[in-house]
Write a protein that binds this ligand. Structure first.
Ligand code: GLY
Length: 362
């Protein structure tokens, strides 16, 4: 088993990575006999993994409840969080309870948010089952809900006590979801690690086929990169963590405009990163060859490099102006300056942004 630590002083926690972890009692070690837990999952994941987790916890003497939510980005709402609160209150879960997020990014974000608020905060464990949540959203304590006016607009920073990554869950992941996760893997290469980007280019076919050795290295490396960033900038205040938002300002505009769930997050991020690369190219920050390498790698990963057909450039701007990085109506964006290096650039000219989007329309 691979074990990493997200180093955050008294809030530090382990990330455990291996195949077939879910029936190992040690992995749940922060939990003790007699304690309460609530597994929060969705109907597609529940029948695959909830039974094994429940029986392991019951053998440890831990009390287990579960709540099964509908599946999809459109359910990442306050109403659904309230369903979790109602279930917890009906079963009289105490402040010492632990929520267990079993699922992809939506379940992780909902559960983390609920954990950060229920009785002013209870513990939670992340068991991410999608590639995207394993390499990104389960780590670092960003919890989020969507609002009709903007994706992830409501949320808290609230760290889990443990992240448990069972690689077997990738075997049951639909391919579209798997490819969506690859977008965030490529993102790490672009913002932080030129050699990793080259490694992805070389190994993309093995990644697409989920080759065990390759995907294990890939997940571990992404988790390491993310853990390092979180340790330096837990709450996105000193310019490090913000880099992880490359492409997200454009991507969130796509997700919000189309309606949550039509494009997967990684798909929107892929097209969004290409728009960010084009913006960087137009202001003379990134060279054309680097943009082409980025576009080609997304294409090889079966990811979109253009926005959805029914969106015009101006449709993006209304959403982008509400982005969390926007202040005083100025376009502030994470942009790559070369492969392996990105920065946060403020007050980007609106005409340039429009021009970049226009170059990425179908
Ligand atoms: N997914 C971006 C972050 O965790 O900061």
């Amino acid at each position: 088993m691979e074990k990493l630590i997200v180093k955050l002083g008294s809030k530090s926690y382990p990330i455990s990575i291996a195949s077939g972890l879910l029936n190992s009692k040690n992995i749940y070690s922060p939990l003790k006999s007699g304690e309460y837990t609530m597994i929060v999952t969705n109907k597609d994941i529940h029948h695959l993994y909830a039974k094994i987790i429940k029986s392991t916890l019951i053998q440890m003497g831990v009390k287990v409840d579960e709540i099964i939510l509908p599946n999809g980005e459109q359910y990442k709402t306050l109403d659904v969080v309230n369903i979790i609160f109602t279930a917890l209150l009906r079963k009289n879960h105490p402040r010492s309870t632990t929520l267990i997020a079993l699922g992809g990014g939506v379940i992780g974000d909902l559960t983390g948010f609920a954990a950060s608020c229920y009785k002013r905060g209870v513990r939670f464990i992340q068991i991410p089952t999608s590639l995207l949540s394993q390499i990104d959203s389960s780590i670092g304590g960003k919890t989020a809900l969507n609002h009709p006016l903007g994706k992830n607009m409501i949320g808290t920073f609230y760290q889990p006590i443990s992240v448990i990554i069972d690689l077997n869950s990738l075997k049951t992941l639909p391919s579209r979801q798997f490819f969506s996760g690859i977008a965030e893997i490529i993102k790490y290469g672009i913002i932080l690690d030129y050699n990793f980007f080259c490694w992805i280019e070389k190994n993309i076919n093995y990644i697409l086929h989920c080759d065990e050795k390759i995907i294990t290295y890939c997940i571990r490396h992404c988790c390491e990169l993310k853990a390092k960033i979180i340790a330096k900038d837990e709450k996105e205040t000193n310019g490090e963590r913000i880099l992880l938002n490359l492409g997200h300002t454009f991507g969130h505009a796509i997700e919000t405009e189309l309606g949550y769930g039509f494009w997967l997050h990684g798909e929107a991020v892929s097209a969004g990163i290409v728009m960010a690369a084009k913006t960087a190219e137009l202001i003379g920050l990134l060279n054309f060859n680097d943009t082409e390498r980025i576009v080609n790698l997304f294409k090889k990963a079966h990811l979109p490099t253009k926005g959805p057909a029914k969106m015009h450039a101006k449709d993006y701007l209304a959403h982008m102006i509400r982005d969390k990085k926007t202040e005083k109506n100025k376009f502030n964006l994470v942009l790559p300056s070369s492969i392996g290096k990105a920065g946060f650039y403020t007050d980007i000219n609106k005409k340039i942004v429009l021009q970049a989007i226009n170059q990425c329309l179908l």
